[in-house]
Design a protein around this ligand. Structure first.
Ligand code: NAP
Ligand code: G4F
Length: 375
């Protein structure tokens, strides 16, 4: 009987970490996830894996990519066959506010892991979550493995460092270390402050009267958006390939933020008409006449990546991978989940409109009716 493989996933509590855990468990792996300590629960995306008793093959360990000694201890204890390094400060906009922290986790984190792996007495296959953001202000279209990088943010610069050390440890120390250069991928589990999820949840909340409008930044940025569920399959295939290598993973189609918003709105029964320009541009629902989207300069970035479009023919040929979920289907799936989410919130709102009188304050405190996502 084949030996059960053991995988270690950093970033297990994130979007990709949760889907990858499900995929590996379905393939019979023993999965260990690295969870960082938080003051409130951060395991919502993987709680169902704990709750399912059949998944006694899923465990979590506390750790952090900024802490070498703890990574070293985890690797020595788990002795994984495969390491998927998905952990990162993954928000491009936030990286302008936290550049040093972003570099510490995203650039030095992978270096720490690779240095530990280099001294292990057992073989390990290492996956680095590299990003299309590294192409930045693109020097070639579509972008493929040979396209030069031109990073435009501390996030992208940190990922270029991680990409390079992964390659360097592969060539210099003969490690099985591969990069997946993944273009944007989304899902109902996407973080709330990435643009697609901000749109699907924001418009669902607008529809139900939970917030007056949705504030967005650059509507004209174009992204090659795929689905996380499809992309974790590519991540796994990259580590099963007969040799370590670097692969672009993309759909080969791109769309503007504006087009994603129109598509999401359509699934909510809205029909967006754009009015005005620049920071004065708004999206008005033709059916209700309400302004549902407003441009807000707070969401502009110091440097913008205007357009990304990937050519994943190498992965399609060598790994036999191709995406299944289309742009339209992705928007539909995300809207459906977020409408349910917003409906639950509306139901809660209808029950608790005012908080009880607090002794000493002498007045009812209205429940906050709006919520602004930062970034
Ligand atoms: P995500 O949802 O933001 O998840 C990031 C994960 O990293 C979370 O589990 C987070 O923990 C963890 N993390 C953050 N700081 C950490 C630290 N100091 N030590 C250990 N773990 C830490 O991101 P994702 O969308 O799943 O993306 C996964 C990876 O792929 C990231 O490296 C990202 O940069 C990269 N990537 C993503 C895309 C995309 O479009 N999604 C495209 C290309 C590359 P908490 O849950 O506690 O925050
Ligand atoms: O959804 P985003 O924040 O994703 P971004 O910056 O492309 O980064 C994501 O994809 C990368 C792969 O290329 C990953 F490496 C990275 O970890 C992350 O997952 O923004 C997409 C576009 C940008 O051009 C941004 O300026 O949408 C634009 N945008 C417009 N309004 C907005 C907003 N982005 C956010 N987050 N919030 C807005 O209100």
């Amino acid at each position: 009987m084949a030996r059960e493989k053991t995988a270690l996933i950093t970033g297990v509590t994130g979007q990709d970490g949760s889907y990858l855990s499900e995929l590996l468990l379905s393939k019979g792996y023993r999965v260990f996830g690295v969870q960082r300590r938080a003051s409130l629960p951060n395991t919502a995306r993987v709680d169902h894996l704990y709750e399912n008793t059949e998944n006694s093959r899923f465990s979590m360990l506390y750790g952090d990519l900024s802490d070498s000694s703890n990574l070293s201890r985890i690797l020595a204890t788990v002795r994984p066959d495969e390491i998927y390094n998905l952990g990162a400060q993954s928000h491009v906009g936030v990286s302008f506010d936290t550049p040093e922290y972003t570099a510490n986790v995203n650039a030095l984190g992978p270096l720490r892991l690779l240095e530990i792996i280099r001294h292990l007495d057992f073989p390990v296959r290492y996956y680095q979550a590299s990003s299309s953001e590294m192409f930045g202000k693109v020097l070639e279209t579509p972008q493929k493995e040979t396209t030069p990088f031109n990073p435009q943010s501390p996030y992208a610069a940190s990922k270029v460092f991680a990409f390079n050390v992964t390659k360097l440890y592969r060539t210099g120390y003969d490690l099985f270390a591969s990069n997946g250069i993944l273009f944007n991928h989304e899902s109902p589990r996407r973080g709330l402050n990435f643009v697609t999820r901000k749109i699907t949840l924001g418009l669902a909340r607008v529809k139900l009267g939970l917030q007056p409008s949705l504030h967005l930044g650059n509507l004209d940025a174009k992204r090659d958006w795929g689905a996380s569920q499809d992309y974790v399959e590519a991540i796994w295939r990259i580590l099963q390939h007969n040799q370590p290598d670097d692969f672009v993973i993309a759909t080969g189609e791109n769309h503007t933020v504006r087009a994603f918003a129109e598509e999401a709105a359509r699934h909510l029964g809205m029909d967006i008409e754009w009015k005005g320009s620049g920071v004065n541009e708004t999206g008005v629902d033709r059916k209700s006449g309400k302004t549902v989207i407003e441009v807000d300069a707070r969401y502009f970035r110091p440097n913008e990546v205007d357009t990304l479009l990937g050519d994943s023919s190498k992965a399609r040929k060598l790994l036999g991978w191709k995406p299944k979920i289309t742009f339209k289907k992705l928007a539909e799936l995300m809207v459906a989940e977020d409408l349910t989410y917003a409906e639950r919130e509306a139901e809660l709102h209808s029950r608790i409109v005012y908080q009880p009188k607090a002794a000493g304050y002498g007045q009812n405190i209205p429940q906050r009716k709006t919520r602004r996502n930062k970034n």
